[in-house]
Every structure is written in C-alpha cells, then in structure tokens.
Design a protein around this ligand. Sequence first.
Ligand code: SF4
Length: 212
Amino acid sequence: MTADDAPDLDALRAAIATCRVCRDGPYAAALGPLPHEPRPVAVLSSRARVLIAGQAPGLRVHASGLPFDDTSGNRLREWLGVSRETFYDRDCFAIVPMGFCFPGYDAKGSDLPPRPECAPLWRRRAMASMPQVELVLAIGQYAQRWHLGPRRKASMTETVAHWRDYYFANQGPRILPLPHPSWRNSGWLKKNPWFTQELLPTLRQDVDSRIL
Ligand code: SF4
C-alpha cells in the first residue's frame, strides 16, 4: 500500500489500534520509548466533513480513550458550539491528532510534543481514507506545520491571525488554524480578542453547516 491509497477504514483503524512503534520501533531506542503502554486515540470517519487535527492525548485521555475528554475538550466544544453528543458522533467529527498516543511529560511536568514517529507513519493514510473531509481544524503548531506546510507563519499566533488566508484561499479542504484550547492559553485568548470576536463566529457557522 502506498501512502496515498484510500485504505479500508476498518483495516486502518485496526492497524492504528495495535501500533506499538513508539515502544518497540527503531526510533524508540534513540528517543527513548514511551514510558507507558501505547494507547492510540483517533476517530476516523467515512462521513464526517469536519476533521479536528489536534496535538496528542493528555494523561486523562490516555486513561479514558476518549479524545478531548478534558477541560480542553470543554472549551473546544464551546468554540465549536456543539454538545458532547454531537462532538463524539463520528458522522459529524473525525478527530485525528498529530500523535495518537499520550507522549508523557517533560522535566517541568508539561506534556511532551507528539511523538515524531506518528504523523509520518499514519497521517497520509488517515487523510487519504477520509476524502469527504471539507474542513480541517488545525489545532496548535504541529497540526499547522503538517497541514499548512510552508504557508504557516513564523509563530502560532501569526498563523492563527492570518486565518482568512487559509480559510478562503485553500484548494481542497478548507483549513482553519486554531490555538490549543488548553487553560494554558487563557492568557493568549485575552491578549487576542479578535479570535473570539472574528474567528469563532465563522468557525461556528461553518461547523453548523457541515454537521449532519
Ligand atoms: S504515537 Fe503513533 S506511532 Fe507511536 S505508538 Fe502511538 S500510534 Fe504508534
């Protein structure tokens, strides 16, 4: 199978669910293996027209297996203007982060970045399996780097501030860059009121028009 094939979704889900590359693969030796058993968390969908491209699960999501099952998820659902029920309806939203497993903590107790093995291994196949996706919500710098490539600006703030450039000009699925909805970004939201005043209404209207 090439990276651009449209693989059978169930087979891809099963392959992702059993992936242990970050524990057993060749890179794990150099980077250090995951300090826990991998638990890939991703929602692939053949019907959802909105893809939430997040960063990587945190510890709580690692425990529950439910993406965005935390305070970040509550804020994201508020941004989207949807209930939990709609958010977890895979006919409405696909949820595919840049790293499918909780990456562990750094020395300061913050979540590590998504494992670098994950996107090169899975992302093209995941995207190819969901050709119906019309809107990609690229949350945080890792998703923005992958989905926007060289069109990304120098910083996450600049990229999000230029959201109209991507949202209105993109060929293929529309891409809307967003900051991470973590409480750690509450200060960012206060400093950048245009996000709430200008971007969020467009986001809500767009999502409302695309969910079934
Ligand atoms: S993070 Fe991705 S590549 Fe690593 S074990 Fe989990 S699913 Fe596999």
